[in-house]
Design a protein around this ligand. Sequence first.
Ligand SMILES: Cc1ncc(C[n+]2csc(CCOP(=O)(O)OP(=O)(O)O)c2C)c(N)n1
Ligand code: SF4
Ligand SMILES: [Mg+2]
Length: 283
Amino acid sequence: MIQKNLGTYARNTWCPGCGNFAILNSITNVLLSLQEEGLALEEVALVAGIGCHGKIVDYINVNSFYSLHGRTVPPAIGIKLAGERMKVIIFSGDGDAYGEGLEHLIFAAKRNIDITVIVHDNRVYGLTTGQYTPTSPLGFRGRSTPSGTKELPLNPLELLLVSGATFLARGYSNRMPMLKEIIKAAIAHRGFSLVDVLQVCVTYFDRYEYYNGRVYDLKDNNRQDFDEALKKIKEWDYNNDVPIALGVFYQKEMPSFEKQFISPALLNGSCEEKIKQFLDERR
Ligand SMILES: Cc1ncc(C[n+]2csc(CCOP(=O)(O)OP(=O)(O)O)c2C)c(N)n1
Ligand code: SF4
Ligand SMILES: [Mg+2]
């Protein structure tokens, strides 16, 4: 069935000005354009975490699954293994993906399963009103840290690159045309893809002014080069006060996990060879 718009009857409860609107607009636009290119929306499954971000699936008229907090990846893997043709797209928060659910994310990257993870990285627990998360900067003052956090943030892209992810990008909710392009490329990628979206939470951690003055587009970077990607990813460690790159840092073609269950041909030497070659290149 061809759908002209993907709106639902659900009342939107996000705060006015929230960066989640840009992600909703971008993914809706991307899904409609993929439909025009021949994708059947019945073959798309959205998986949501728990948090403000998770409500996104209520606002898109496509099959979806609400997981538990931090548990988006296991149902997404299940859907993909049960239906190899499915496009599985996760919407997760920074608390959800990088805190509670981090171990699942690492294993999904390690396996290179063909799913897309879009992280609404507002660097705060939005739904539970302002506690700090793994990407909150040092000294972040919120409900659980009134005198400021005492620990440095995690750089999730660095961790996922070394874990084996084959597509890693960063977008920003206030750069929507670019965000659409990045999300479309992530969905098209065959393998594990993750887009860390700097999604501003206007209520608990308003960073519009900060990001607007610092973001720049990655241009002419060699996406296939692991070392170059690592260097660029490490440039901004989610804490230091430097320019912040947006775009695709890394993209590499590799056999994906689910294929190995459906194609006996891939279980023979050729698949192992490709994995070995991939690892050799990274040494
Ligand atoms: C297992 C479990 N732990 C904690 C919670 C409470 N909880 C619900 S949402 C949330 C934080 C959400 O933060 P994030 O993932 O960053 O999403 P955001 O609201 O910022 O979009 C927490 C701690 C829960 N529902 N389940
Ligand atoms: S609390 Fe923050 S993340 Fe949640 S809807 Fe409001 S602005 Fe958006
Ligand atoms: Mg959050």
